[in-house]
Each structure stands twice: as structure tokens, then as C-alpha cells.
Design a protein around this ligand. Structure first.
Ligand code: 5GP
Ligand code: MN
Length: 327
């Protein structure tokens, strides 16, 4: 029996589900969890989705008939925990205790480093999005995809594959998207909300952050700061940071970009990005205690903004220098 068949059998055999996404839930975590919760409901299961901090505002415009809990009140005590798109237990955030208290636990993920923290685990590091694996699982469960599932799965696929543009995009990613279209996806409607609409706060925040960008002497590194003061000046939400770092990376010639965010009590969170030459997970995030993927990683340091930035930039500069010496 292959792993996906085993996972489907496990899911059919249990009930009373909580599906867990990772901290700072993105479109892949939220979309995969919601679609899978709907699929389990189609099998007659009781389910809810647990997202640390709840569903981001950005996604609240999309129809969702699944209950989403964020820790304040739970619809019922779950028996089965299903962790989706979460690379390691601590990325469950404030959902970790609830997941670990479940009698049965399963894991579906596309981070190759996932240690497999459930009884049944499907981890495929080659999948561009967890949504790709969710589509395969829904097929395996024999559930017919409806248009709401299709919408959330498409959001998942788009988010993590960079709209089918990152090198992680493979035939299976596009096949999963094709399944969504066949199930009645409104591709223009979803794209309009996801990529052609932006709140005023997000737009103003983008302006403030980009106005302060800095670069090193040879312009291969670019960084910027996001402070609490900027958030309040822009009337922006914390989640409005999403995608800001990409503008830094997209500057011609930049190989490494990072956004440093003030996180209160002397903490600074970094979003690290690379065009592919530097492995920001292996060479920058992991040595400093964080993690992620080769081209997109993150870490939080217990240092104030300027000290933390110096640490990250020194580490990235050393990685770039190493590469230049090898070439
Ligand atoms: P972002 O910059 O969007 O917050 O994160 C980019 C990627 O880096 C995420 O997909 C996630 O896998 C990873 N990541 C971000 N922050 C952390 C962290 O503190 N620890 C680990 N292990 N991974 C992180
Ligand atoms: Mn993902």
C-alpha cells in the first residue's frame, strides 16, 4: 500500500478532526486545510480547521463553509489531529498542544525536512505546494471536488508555486490546477481577489517599507525594515507584510534580499529570499536557528532590529562571498 493510500485509509477510519496549519498561515496552509476539511465532511466526518491567529483577512473574501478556530473557542474536542503544510511541531504555534493531545495524528506536508510527527505521514519534498498533495489525497479518498474545494486548492497551488512560476512547479502541480478548473473553479474571480486587489493599508505599507530599502556596495544584497510605527502609520495589518520582500529581490542584480520586522520584546523576524544562487535556508536561516526552503526561508532572532540585521547580513554576505570564491 503506498503512503497516500495508507493515509486515506487512516482518515476514513477516524473521526472528529482538527486540521492544523502553520503559524502565519499562508494560502497553501489555509487552502489545503480548508479543502481537506471539506473532503472529510463529505465523508460524514466532524471537522474544523485550526489556524494560529485565525484566517488572514486577505482570505476572508473567499466563500468558506468550514469552521475555522484560532484557539479562543473550539467547536468540539478533536480526537484526530491532521497537520497540513507544517514542517515541524513548533511551526504548529499555539495549536501544538491541541495537536499533541489528539488520540490519532496524521501529517501531510511538502517540506522535505519534515521529521514525520504522526502515526501516518505523507511528506513529498518535490511537491510545489501542499495543495498538490491535498488534490491527490482527495482523489484517493474518492471524494468529488466541489467548486469551494477547487477554489481553496487553487489558492494553495498559486501561493506556493509563485503562480506556477517557481522551479518547484512540475507537471503534477499543473495537473492539480487542471482538476480545480474541471471542478468549477472561477479562475478569474480567484485571481482578481488574490493578485489584482490590495487593501489601502497594504499599499501604503509597501510604500513606507520600499522607501527605506538599502543595498550593499556591489548591489547584490538588498534589505528593508518593517516597524510597528510603519504598521500604524499605514493603517496596515501585520499580515500586509506578505510579498513585500519580493520587491527587494526583484531588483535587477540582487541575489539576496531580506525584510526585517520588529516583533516586540526585542525580537526581530526575518523573511529571507534568494534568486537561486544562495541557499537561504542552509546558509543563512538554519545557522541562525530558523529554516525554510533554498529560495525562501525565515528566522526570528532575540535581538533588536539593528543588531539582528547586522547578524543576518554578515551571515548572508559570507555565503555570497563563498559562492563568488567557488566561481
Ligand atoms: P516567510 O518569509 O514567508 O515568513 O517564510 C518563508 C519560508 O521560510 C516559510 O515557508 C517557512 O517554511 C520558512 N520559515 C519562516 N520562518 C521560519 C522559522 O522561524 N523557522 C523555520 N524553521 N522556518 C521558517
Ligand atoms: Mn506550503
Amino acid at each position: 500500500m503506498n503512503r497516500m493510500t495508507e493515509l486515506a485509509a487512516f482518515l476514513r477510519a477516524h473521526d472528529d478532526y482538527a486540521l492544523f496549519g502553520h503559524v502565519n498561515p499562508d494560502g497553501d496552509a489555509a487552502g489545503s486545510c480548508i479543502a481537506l476539511a471539506k473532503a472529510l465532511q463529505a465523508l460524514g466526518k466532524r471537522t474544523f480547521v485550526y489556524l494560529p491567529g485565525g484566517l488572514p483577512e486577505l482570505y476572508k473574501v473567499f466563500p468558506c463553509t468550514v469552521e475555522i478556530a484560532d484557539g479562543r473557542d473550539l467547536p468540539f474536542a478533536p480526537q484526530t489531529g491532521f497537520s497540513v503544510d507544517v514542517s515541524e511541531p513548533h511551526r504548529l504555534g499555539d495549536g501544538r498542544a491541541l495537536f499533541e493531545a489528539c488520540v490519532n495524528r496524521a501529517v501531510l506536508d511538502h517540506h522535505a525536512t519534515n521529521p514525520g510527527f504522526g502515526e501516518v505521514c505523507v511528506v513529498d519534498g518535490d511537491a510545489a505546494a501542499c495543495g498538490e498533495l491535498a488534490v491527490a489525497l482527495i482523489r484517493e479518498l474518492g471524494v468529488e471536488m466541489d467548486s469551494e474545494m477547487a477554489q481553496w486548492l487553487y489558492i494553495a497551488l498559486c501561493t506556493d508555486s509563485g503562480r506556477f512560476g517557481y522551479s518547484s512547479t512540475r507537471a503534477e502541480t499543473l495537473e492539480a490546477a487542471a482538476d480545480c478548473l474541471r471542478a468549477g473553479l472561477d479562475v478569474d474571480g480567484v485571481t482578481q481577489q488574490l493578485y489584482r486587489t490590495r487593501s489601502e493599508g497594504r499599499t501604503r505599507l509597501l510604500g513606507l517599507v520600499l522607501a527605506g530599502l538599502e543595498m550593499n556596495a556591489d548591489k547584490t544584497m538588498c534589505w528593508a525594515r518593517l516597524t510597528d510605527e510603519m504598521l500604524s502609520r499605514a493603517h496596515a495589518l501585520r499580515e500586509d507584510n506578505e510579498g513585500v520582500v519580493n520587491y527587494l529581490l526583484e531588483i535587477r542584480g540582487v541575489q539576496f534580499a531580506c525584510l526585517a520586522e520588529e516583533r516586540g520584546s526585542g525580537q526581530t523576524k526575518f523573511s529571507l529570499r534568494s534568486k537561486g544562487r544562495v541557499d537561504v535556508a542552509r546558509d543563512v536561516a538554519v545557522p541562525l536557528g530558523g529554516g525554510g526552503h533554498a529560495c525562501a526561508a525565515g528566522v526570528t532572532l532575540n535581538l533588536d532590529m539593528e543588531e539582528a540585521l547586522q547578524t543576518v547580513l554578515r551571515t548572508a554576505e559570507a555565503a555570497l562571498k563563498n559562492l563568488q570564491e567557488q566561481e
